[in-house]
Design a protein around this ligand. Sequence first.
Ligand SMILES: Cc1cc2nc3c(=O)[nH]c(=O)nc-3n(C[C@H](O)[C@H](O)[C@H](O)COP(=O)(O)O)c2cc1C
Length: 211
Amino acid sequence: MKKLLFIVCSLFLIMSMNAQKQIKLNAPNKSRGTTVMKALSERHSVRDFSSKELSLQDLSDLLWAANGINRSDGKRTAPSAMNKQDVDIYVIMKSGAYLYDAKNQALKPVVSKDLRGDVAGGQDFVKAAPVSLVLVSDISRFGSMASKEMNTIMGAVDVGTVCQNINLFCAATGLITVPRASMEKEALKQSLKLTDNQILIMNNPVGYPQK
Ligand SMILES: Cc1cc2nc3c(=O)[nH]c(=O)nc-3n(C[C@H](O)[C@H](O)[C@H](O)COP(=O)(O)O)c2cc1C
């Protein structure tokens, strides 16, 4: 009986150690960064990442800049076609994949697996970046008024806007990134449990430059 109790307790301990937990992000620091004109001057793609982990503040500010809530009515830093808010950001890190929850400024656990290899899709430099933001448009949120093709175009434009927020935030704060369309879409779709209406469009590996 004692042995059984020991095994059950050990299993419970191992399971709770492996359980992926929600990550509470910090409030965004809205006074950081350079001017818009300097950020535009600095913006360029960089692919040589240091493997140093992003600080919680950098990750929090990055996600808020990408598509955080910037008004009391719940609207975001990025515009959205028909205000359907179709863009979801999946945060891919060594510790697992998370979904950005803008309302609660938190990361919701999706899967405790390192999916950076699937984001890399043949471009190995991506695996060195501590974080990749995978931008997904859920075109079902547009409804059926327009054609699927039109909804996909609107989704791609909305993702492009979020992507540029990321590019400019990085340029303004000394982080590095590159906007990418390449990734192992089928593998990511499975691991992130996406539906056929959730289209993987772009990703941005983000990190610090190599010294
Ligand atoms: C829609 C789109 C898809 C891209 N896909 C990739 C990609 O898969 N891999 C990559 O290394 N760069 C990718 N890039 C980055 C471009 O190669 C890069 O923006 C271009 O060479 C211009 O360089 P710059 O960003 O420094 O101005 C992509 C850019 C865009 C806009």
